[in-house]
Design a binder for this molecule. Sequence first.
Ligand code: AR6
Length: 173
Amino acid sequence: MALPMRVSLLEGDITKVQVEAIVNAANTSLLGGGGVDGAIHRAAGPELLAECRTLGGCPTGEARITGGYRLPAKYIIHTAGPIWGGGDRGEPELLARCYRNSLALATKHQVRSIAFPAISCGIYGYPIQDACQIAVRETLAYLDTNELPERVTFVCFGSEIYDAYQAALNASL
Ligand code: AR6
């Protein structure tokens, strides 16, 4: 499948998206929080927290996989994005690693379709345009050399995120 066909944008709630895996913008404890993390735990049910407790956390930039429980998705891939601290604390590389490691975990589990929220763009305060450019760049580079996942959806919570992804995609496809 041609690269542009494999990436799409969707405005809405990631917990409702019908894909094999959704990515959670978690924190290093993996024990839940606010934002999309809170929404995912609420929608998946308490069994998710029980599985997360067995994982022993997740360093920033890495990713861990669990079941999806009551979600339409079979898997949840949890990644801890960087907290924005001005940009000179390795934030761009750490954010890039979130995308690379999440996609690699999806490939390892034969996931064909995956949806990402805008990691670090809420509570963690990453500048939205920069974060969306990193998300698009890393995803396209990964898909270029991997057959799985076949499809990646960027789920945008609000029009500011949607517009930033669209601009980043237009600039790179
Ligand atoms: N579906 C899709 N996107 C969403 C949803 C949703 N249901 N809810 C929020 N977003 P954030 P972060 C968007 O704050 O910045 C948690 O407490 C949101 O508008 O969820 O990586 C964790 O436990 C924004 O665009 O994650 C960590 O402690 C994007 O998802 C911390 O927040 C990410 O915003 C992580 O902060």
